[in-house]
Design a binder for this molecule. Structure first.
Ligand code: ZN
Length: 1020
């Protein structure tokens, strides 16, 4: 095959008249140290030598195919590897987090991976990397998407060994190129690799290099291990992969990396564990029209030898860092340099050239937030530059690669005319999250993935601080409560939740813990910690922790120690040390409900705690954990003075004398501003007094606590701990509510009732209640957006309009249908702009585009749906595309929903691969599409697995089963799990959570449906 000439130019060996071997010169690889790459090919003539084997759409040179056949039997699974001790060096205590089976509880929730022994997935620490020289050339040529690479790793030997074990996956190493050279010896002594010494342990993603005979690496000595390899530039959104997109109608490809958590090993052989930090010198090959980027700045560019159109970009050596933070990009992107004021670093935004006008917002807030965190942590950003880049195909939201942060387009790009306030918030929040990681995560890194929660929880907490700094109008510290705390409580209230600190081993398990619990609960308990320590102590302790461990690793106890020390310095009264308190929140799953029973005559309360569960299973549990916590309690009677006390771990109840006098006719509210991660229940008299206060003057209670009261009461009722009458009576005050956060909480709670009742006869009455509480808000905020209004008001309108239309308000529906018709008649808004002075607002405000499109499609027919599809495909703005795609699933026509599901799996349908999961979960949230989607995933599971990235499975499964509430649906879902148990690997926990939720729903229908209907009948 001649088209693959880009890899190498072939010449028959000149001194071999009948060549058994053909020498292949690969000058473009420029591997000067090792001479020319000599590929020995078993071939009789040049024609045959040029054959490349075609495997899975990728061309590998012939030798790469031959390698796996040469596996020596001694290295078969369970063979010699078992003799590696995971922690041979007693001083290497940092490895302790990997000790298997130390969790002690909750085994039933641990996914089992039968092919891989858990204790063997960690690398032996016989050698440790010090420095990597990585040279990669991603070949972006259709039909030949591959990676040509060379890596040279400086190692220090920790324990005598004849083997080097490192990570490698989907990579083929040229066996002839593998060299191990001892450093410091004159001329550098080369150790010999055994002739059959290269072995791939594919289950564990290990590459094992065995030395010949008696050659050994000796303790304390340094070596350089080097090799050439070929990788596969797939479209699987992991490792170094390719993303394709259209620019002015022309298809373009780029190479981009996503290493976290365990995919650096797919880009180059490496020691792919977070505590094996090293420095990196990166060199990337690229076409002259492309740009290459890496963590560090470019220092020079050289021409590829013999390749006129190609160059090597050489980057400065990095600081010591973990492999999961390494980043490579080769793309034809545009660069926008941000104004950084007095900062010593540079800050750039990169995007597709046609998205250049959407980079302004990021370039404004990025440097400001980075400066904010320098001040917050009291540590300067250590790199000379920060790049942020928007990637057309990206599996997660964003990735905090040190100095080169990658984002999904919707998380970085913002178009004033096409994107909504929610999009703006998303951009702001994600940028702040990734920038917080530059210190917490990158500078100091978790020792092992078990502490992932600390990394993600902290960034998820700090993002609110960074965002508040640049967008104070959005009241981030209030929004935290509904977006994080209350949101994660709904998941953590299930028996199948998990502790945030999870012992993980296999990559599948590691992937699975990137969930709401790690992020949302992590953030929430860190916020609680900051609240009971006091902001100043928290910040100082944190800064001390980061400074003392910079460029190293840490476990959660290291942070607790630093905070305990600072609390002592600042004389913060604590009942015990930070570790004792926090262990109850990190090692146990769930959270408590604290019941406050007042003794009205003597100004005291009786406090008790128990685990809050949405539903208790009857099955005898293996779980021996004592579910009690160290609970920091605060209370008030007027939001002026604050009282506080603790419930101890092991203490189920206690009597507490209120430190502030509370009249017996005065309410008391606990968990002031909901800084604590627990629910509060009261005696009925106190609930009643709170209700009266809300009806007469709700502003006497803080907005956050109004949100807390809505969320707690509706959830307590759902769990059977409070009567629905009390909870629903409380919601009647919403007629007067005009603040965002209480509405956010109330509607989330009411949405659950609505989703349970939407297919029942009682739904008509429920809609009446919704009309009573929502229409005053709808009338207050109005349908049309006003120029220059408060951002939170805009958000509130989006909610009000969406609910008003969904409960069938005629005014709302006709306005929505009319504006959509106007848009269909004028898709580019051209006539509209000519006849309107407010040129900057389209016919439909981006904030209402979702509701308007959804309503018009639900009320309309095929033509409305197709218009949205066409706009989705034509739009250059990712966030607008998301809104349109989501709204398309509002159709009431089953055949249209079926078509959408099929399109999600069809790569030529125009729906992007990264959007497939969104389409499926959106269709399933339409009550008409719910069962249809379940049938679809059952029938097409095999196809689905090919198209949808692994990390989307959990998402889809949870979305599909979210509203199941009949026996039949539950039974079939359990059957689905049994039928597909093997293929659900990596999503076991999500599947169990989905089953638990369906059981809860079923139970809710049995126990509460009639009660809610009775209340509605009484009131309406
Ligand atoms: Zn993160």
């Amino acid at each position: 095959m001649k088209k693959t000439h880009l890899i190498a130019k072939y010449q028959p060996s000149s001194n071999s008249p009948h060549p058994q071997h053909v020498q292949v010169n690969a000058p473009l690889l420029g591997f000067g140290d090792f001479g020319r790459l000599c590929l020995r090919m078993e071939a009789q003539d040049l024609e045959a030598a040029e054959q490349f084997y075609h495997i899975h759409g990728v061309y590998y040179p012939a030798w790469s195919v031959a390698v796996p056949a040469a596996v020596p039997p001694a290295y078969a699974v369970g063979g010699q590897l078992a003799s590696f001790s995971p922690d041979p060096d007693p001083e290497a205590t940092t490895n302790k987090a990997a000790a298997p089976d130390s969790s002690g509880s909750d085994k039933k929730d641990q996914p089992q991976h039968d092919t891989t022994s858990k204790k063997d997935v960690r690398l032996p620490r016989t050698v440790l990397p010090i420095h990597y020289d990585v040279r990669l050339f991603p070949v972006l040529e259709k039909g030949n998407f591959s990676i040509l690479g060379q890596v040279s790793i400086d190692l220090q030997c920790q324990m005598e060994t004849d083997c080097i074990v490192l990570h490698s996956a989907d990579i083929v190493v040229d066996p002839q190129s593998v060299k191990v050279i001892e450093q410091g010896k004159p001329a550098g002594k080369t150790l010999t690799v055994a002739s059959d010494g290269i072995h791939y342990e594919t289950d564990m993603e290990f590459l094992i290099i065995r030395l010949k005979d008696k050659d050994k690496l000796t303790k304390g000595a340094n070596y350089t291990l080097s090799m050439n390899f070929v990788g596969n530039l797939t479209d699987q959104l992991r490792g170094l992969y390719r993303s394709t997109y259209k620019e002015d109608g022309v298809e373009k490809s780029m190479a981009v990396s996503q290493m976290e958590p365990t995919d650096a090993r797919r880009a180059f052989p490496c020691f792919d564990e977070p505590n094996m930090k090293a420095t990196f010198t990166v060199t990337l090959g690229r076409h002259r029209d492309m740009t290459a980027l890496s963590n560090m700045p470019l220092i020079k560019t050289t021409q590829m030898e013999g390749m006129e159109e190609f160059y090597w970009d050489h980057f400065a050596p990095s600081v010591p860092m973990s492999t999961y933070l390494v980043a490579f990009i080769v793309a034809n992107f545009t660069q926008v340099e941000a104004d950084v004021g007095n900062a010593t670093w540079k800050f750039n935004i990169y995007a597709r050239p046609s998205a250049r006008n959407q980079t302004q917002y990021a370039s404004e807030i990025g440097p400001k937030i980075q400066t904010f965190f320098e001040d917050y942590f009291q540590i300067p950003f250590p790199l000379p530059k920060q790049d942020m880049i928007a990637i057309p195909d990206f599996a997660s939201g964003a990735m905090e690669n040190w100095g080169l942060i990658t984002y999904r387009e919707t998380a970085l790009l913002y178009d004033e005319k096409k994107s909504s306030v929610t999009n703006k918030e998303r951009v702001c929040e994600v940028i702040a999250h990734e920038l917080a990681h530059q210190w917490f995560g990158n500078l100091v890194t978790m020792d092992w993935w078990t502490d992932l929660w600390l990394n993600e929880g902290f960034a998820s907490y700090a993002e609110y601080l960074g965002a508040q700094h640049v967008e104070p109008g959005l009241k981030w510290l209030q929004q935290f409560v509904t977006s994080e705390l209350q949101n994660v409580m709904s998941l953590d209230a299930l028996e199948s939740s998990h502790p945030i600190s999870v012992v993980v081993h296999h990559p599948n398990e590691i992937h699975e813990i990137f969930d709401r619990i790690s992020y949302g609960k992590g953030a929430t308990i860190i916020r609680m910690l900051a609240a009971f320590l006091g902001e100043k102590t928290f910040r100082q302790g944190l800064s001390n922790y980061l400074k003392s461990r910079q460029y190293g690793n840490a476990v959660q106890d290291d942070l607790w120690d630093a905070l305990t020390k600072q609390a002592k310095v600042d004389k913060v009264p604590l009942p015990t040390d930070v570790k004792q308190i926090m262990d109850t929140w990190t090692l146990k799953m769930g959270f408590p409900v604290v019941t406050v029973t007042r003794e009205y005559e003597n100004n005291s309360v009786f406090l008790s705690q128990e685990r809050f569960l949405m539903q208790r299973s009857n099955a005898s549990s293996q779980d021996k954990t004592v579910y009690l916590w160290w609970v920091p309690l605060t209370y008030t009677t007027d939001f002026q003075t604050l009282g506080s006390t603790w419930l101890a771990d092991g203490q189920t109840s206690k009597k507490h004398e209120l430190s502030i006098p509370a009249d017996k006719n005065q309410w008391v509210i606990f968990n002031v501003d909901q800084t604590g991660y627990y629910r509060i229940n009261y005696d009925s008299k106190n609930w009643q007094m709170i209700g009266q206060q809300l009806m007469t003057n709700h502003l006497a209670i803080s907005a956050i606590n109004r949100a807390q009261i809505m969320d707690d009461s509706l959830n307590l009722a759902e769990a059977g701990l409070l009567d629905y009458e009390t909870a629903l009576n409380l919601t009647r005050y919403l007629e007067h509510e005009a603040d965002y956060v209480p509405w956010d909480a109330a509607l989330a709670g009411m949405n659950y009732i609505s989703s349970m009742m939407s297919r029942t006869s009682g739904y008509g009455l429920l809609k009446k209640h919704f009309r009573t509480i929502i229409m005053p808000l709808y009338n207050l905020v109005g349908f049309d957006q006003k120029v220059g209004e408060d951002l939170l008001l805009t958000k509130l309108r989006t909610k009000a309009v969406s609910w008003a239309c969904s409960i069938g308000n005629k005014d709302c529906i006709s306005r929505a249908v009319n504006s959509y018709a106007q848009w269909m008649a004028d898709p580019e808004n051209q006539c509209w702009k000519r006849s309107n002075t407010a040129e900057n607002i389209d016919i439909i405000s981006p904030n209402l585009k979702g509701t308007v499109t959804c309503t018009a499609i639900a009320e309309g027919d095929e033509v409305e749906w197709e218009f949205a599809l066409n706009r989705y495909m034509a739009s250059n703005v990712a966030s607008e595309r998301d809104v349109l795609l989501t709204s398309m699933s509002c159709s009431e026509k089953p055949w249209i929903l079926a078509k959408m599901l099929e399109m999600s799996l069809n790569p030529t349908s125009g729906i992007r691969k990264q959007d497939a999961g969104r389409v499926i979960s959106q269709v399933s949230s339409n009550s008409l599409g719910r069962y249809m989607t379940f049938n679809f995933i059952r029938e097409k599971w095999t196809d689905l697995r090919k198209v949808v990235p692994t990390n989307f499975f959990s998402y889809i499964i949870k979305a599909v089963a979210k509203s199941f509430n009949t026996e039949l649906e539950l039974k079939e879902f359990i059957q689905f799990r049994e039928d597909r148990s093997e293929e659900l690997s990596g999503a076991e926990r999500a599947t169990q959570q989905a089953i638990d939720r369906a059981k809860n729903n079923l139970n809710w229908m049995r126990q509460n449906y009639q009660k809610v209907v009775d209340w509605l009948q009484r009131v309406y």
